[in-house]
Ligand binder design. Structure first.
Ligand SMILES: NC(=O)c1ccc[n+]([C@@H]2O[C@H](COP(=O)([O-])OP(=O)(O)OC[C@H]3O[C@@H](n4cnc5c(N)ncnc54)[C@H](OP(=O)(O)O)[C@@H]3O)[C@@H](O)[C@H]2O)c1
Length: 341
């Protein structure tokens, strides 16, 4: 029998307007970068999607190359779209992106019109969708004129393949340029997707200000620093984690300095009656420039733990001061090179 959504799904989730648009996003959104790839979606991954939607999480974030193998997260999501989520399509905000390596040869990545449009078409096919709600340029391409990437985004937008346009990991300067280029074409940049967490605060140096000034939304990815901002790394590297599996978070980033930071932050979280991961999410959401915190989860237990962060989103001035003293740059931002232009 196909999935039937919880009738009470909109009773507890909180939503925030995406910039100055008419669209609201849930304070917590779910991304399919890890744990949703492979030859068919795991039973746990399906449960994550269903329980997310049952909890009012209306936004799922994908990209062409999420897997492994590349494309498999979208294909697996496409199957669920067809069998279970189709009837809820108008309740969902689904995003995808192009820009990182996806197929062989000179057109398989970056920001050319050739790559971006072909990639969007492929994503739509894999996901069994006529359109995505948001389509992103996944990273700035220093070897393609920004005008050309904007051409591709405009074409996708005008053809109705995407309702809204976003950029990811663009610097303050390149974001401003893209806002201006799109404006001349009568298009508003809808959203920026940067990395942001307690130990990765680069967006506070100008980017959030420009987004707010221009009415652009901001969805923060890796708000838990890929899981490092959770209880489990307080005293080592447990098995069954991204770090132990030698995945996208290298154990070299778990330095003495970073371990001290999370232990100090954990003391503050405990006093707030939250787990470290809950406080990390609440803190990201507490930034008024942020529309949504874009999490990844390995299982339903983590999803529930993270949603419970919404029970305590307020910070006293005193708490913010204490956090600012401890929440120092951790050198864990893998996407910094894209934002350096
Ligand atoms: N635009 C871009 O370039 C870009 C880049 C990266 C990500 N993203 C998007 O952002 C999404 C989220 O990124 P992310 O997965 O790095 O986010 P994240 O939420 O910072 O990290 C997710 C990982 O943290 C751990 N975790 C989550 N909840 C936990 C809890 N309650 N307790 C303990 N550990 C917990 C899990 O790690 P374990 O697996 O170790 O248990 C989980 O896989 C992606 O799926 C993708 O959609 C975009």
């Amino acid at each position: 029998m196909s999935y039937l959504a919880n009738k009470k799904r909109y009773q507890t989730m909180q939503y925030r307007k995406c910039g100055q648009s008419g669209v609201k996003l849930p304070l917590i959104s779910v991304g399919l970068w890890h744990n949703f790839g492979g030859n068919g979606m795991s039973a746990e991954a399906k449960k994550i999607l269903f329980e997310s939607f049952d909890s009012g999480i209306t936004h799922f974030d994908l990209a062409n190359n999420y897997g492994p193998p590349y494309g498999s997260a979208e294909s697996n999501f496409g199957k669920i779209m067809k069998s279970d989520f189709k009837k809820y399509r108008d309740e969902l905000i689904i995003s995808s992106k192009a820009g990182y390596d996806m197929w062989d040869g000179p057109y398989g990545e970056w920001g050319s019109k050739k790559h971006v449009i072909a990639s969007c078409d492929q994503s739509l096919k894999r996901m069994n969708l006529d359109y995505v709600d948001i389509f992103y340029s996944h990273r700035f391409d220093p070897n393609t004129p920004l005008e050309e990437t904007a051409d591709a985004l405009e074409s996708i937008y005008r053809s109705g393949k995407a309702l809204y346009i976003g950029v990811s990991s663009y610097s303050f300067k390149k974001t401003n340029e893209m806002i201006k280029i799109l404006k001349t074409r009568g298009i508003k940049l809808f959203i920026h997707q940067p990395s942001y967490s307690l130990i990765n605060r680069w967006i506070e140096n100008g980017l959030t200000k420009t987004l707010q000034k221009n009415g652009v939304g901001c969805i923060a990815f890796s708000p838990l620093a890929q899981g490092f901002l959770s209880q489990k790394y307080l005293s080592g590297i447990p098995s069954g984690t991204r770090v132990s599996e030698n995945s996208s978070f290298s154990k070299d980033l778990i330095t003495k300095k970073n371990t001290k930071i999370i232990n100090d932050l954990n003391i503050i979280a405990k006093k707030r009656g939250q787990t470290l991961s809950q406080m990390a999410l609440a803190w990201v959401i507490n930034n008024k420039a942020i529309t949504s915190a874009l999490i990844g989860v390995r299982n339903v237990k983590q999803l529930r733990d993270n949603i419970a962060a919404l029970n305590n989103l307020k910070f006293s001035k005193e708490e913010i001061k204490k956090i600012d003293l401890k929440a120092k740059e951790g050198g864990i931002n893998l996407w910094a090179p894209s934002s350096s232009h």
